[in-house]
Write a protein that binds this ligand. Sequence first.
Ligand SMILES: C[S@@+](CC[C@H](N)C(=O)[O-])C[C@H]1O[C@@H](n2cnc3c(N)ncnc32)[C@H](O)[C@@H]1O
Length: 112
Amino acid sequence: MTANIGELKLDTIHHMDINDGLKLIPDNSIDLIIADPPYGINYRSGSRKRKFTAIRNDNIIMADWLADAYRVLKDGGAFYCWTRWDVYAKWYNRIAHHQELHRLAKERGRNG
Ligand SMILES: C[S@@+](CC[C@H](N)C(=O)[O-])C[C@H]1O[C@@H](n2cnc3c(N)ncnc32)[C@H](O)[C@@H]1O
């Protein structure tokens, strides 16, 4: 029998919206997050004859899910996020922002 983490089965691919999926995972329960989100670059393969359809949500820096990512990440856990060089700074700022909000919320929780 496969164990669960929150409402999700372990060792299983769950094909779902990141915002819905993360909500099903308990706080402070994940050791490692590896993400390859839409980078916010409106990417569309142009190097081949066959044009692929546009990537969903790639027209904005879709970063709201980062709050839940930090909520589910264990203390001392690792978070790897792919992006592209020209939007790296935007992603870096958003990740640092959510990391700091999470740190402050935990500190407040500890200190009352
Ligand atoms: C940069 S691509 C990653 C591609 C992936 N690494 C691959 O090799 O197929 C970003 C992916 O995120 C998906 N995506 C966009 N919005 C999403 C959402 N809200 N929840 C989950 N996936 C989403 C897109 O459809 C796209 O497949």
